[in-house]
Write a protein that binds this ligand. Structure first.
Ligand code: GLV
Length: 325
């Protein structure tokens, strides 16, 4: 009998074509993400699941799904999953590293440019019929070229953001849990600095680090106070790394110039203050959302799933402690 698997979202025909010879597939086709009891009910008879970054997995859910052997996130981040609980339950967890770096870096750059040059607010103003014609001091923004870019989290995505900065002749600073080898720093043309120096010196502070409890509210009121009043904050990482209430206050009072945000605390609910700000560009967690990249992510998750069920050795295993030989 083929193993039974659950996919938490509609993917692509290519993914089903790959999976169907191996498994009996149950794909969730609704718009709303399944959570809690509804998710447990769908997973109760499944051997493995492909989830997105939003379905939450905890010990309670695992207890209700005793057949589960693998949870394959279609995302590089996996803070939606209690990995320790999965390990304790003997459930493999995988993610999709490496396939979304450039696409996510592109979005970081879209937000940098849009925030610096008021692209969205100016578009809305023009559409509202408010343009009286070109005026010399209309919509004056900040230069991106020759400015200083500060990257928090210099993993693959951070390095892809840094590479793009060369075309804008920027100085690139970075801060990371661990300093990178000299050769990698040289390739990224990036200089390692302390968190404080990065916040004080950067014109654009970009967050590309994974969420972990130790970096909850890494950027709060104190950190925002260190930034230049002309600086912008860009977050393509995860909600919760930034204290959204503190950011709304800083933007409202003009203590920093602007923000470009793709992720929020308590998604999809937004801090209501964001909606009133014209100096924040807001996108709905679309960092990796190009067709080609989402296809690669889903395929990678599907390959992890099939490997987990057949060899017990998926390529992107996050908790190798549960590996079955
Ligand atoms: C998306 O947010 C991801 O982690 O891949």
């Amino acid at each position: 009998m083929k193993p039974k698997i659950f996919i938490a979202c509609q993917t692509f025909p290519e993914i089903l074509a790959y999976l169907v010879p191996h498994c009996e597939v149950d794909e969730h086709r609704g718009e709303d993400a399944l959570q809690g009891a509804a998710l447990a009910a769908r997973l109760a008879d499944k051997d493995a699941a492909m989830l997105t970054a939003v379905e939450r997995v905890d010990a309670g859910l695992l207890a209700a799904c005793p057949r589960l052997k693998a949870i394959c996130n279609i995302a590089v981040g996996y803070n939606n999953i209690d990995v320790a609980a999965c390990t304790a339950a003997g459930v493999m967890v995988t993610n999709t590293p490496g396939v979304l770096d450039d696409t996510t870096a592109d979005l970081a750059w879209a937000l940098i440019l849009a925030a610096a040059r008021h692209v969205v607010a100016a578009d809305q103003w023009l559409r509202a019929g408010k343009w009286p014609g070109l005026r010399f001091k209309q919509w004056l923004g900040s230069d991106v070229h020759h400015a200083t870019l500060g990257i928090f989290g210099m993993g693959r995505i951070g390095q892809a953001v840094a590479r793009r900065a060369r075309g804008f002749a920027m100085r690139v600073l970075y801060h990371n849990r661990k300093r990178l080898p000299e050769q990698t720093e040289r390739a990224a043309h990036a200089e390692y600095v302390t968190k404080e120096a990065l916040l004080k010196e950067s014109d654009f502070v970009v967050l590309t680090l994974p969420y972990a409890p130790e970096n909850h509210h890494l950027i709060g009121a104190a950190e925002l106070a260190l930034m230049k009043p002309t600086a912008h904050l860009i977050n393509v990482a995860r909600g919760g790394i930034v204290d959204d209430a503190a950011l709304v206050a800083a933007l409202k009072e003009g203590r920093i110039a602007g923000a470009g945000l793709d992720v929020y605390e308590n998604e999809p609910a937004l801090h209501p203050g964001f909606l009133e700000l014209s100096n924040a560009v807001l996108t709905p967690h679309i960092g990796s959302a190009s067709r080609a990249t989402r296809l690669k992510m889903a395929l990678r998750a599907a390959e992890n799933l099939v490997a987990a069920l057949t060899t017990g050795n998926p390529p992107d295993l996050v908790n190798p402690e549960v590996k079955r030989e």
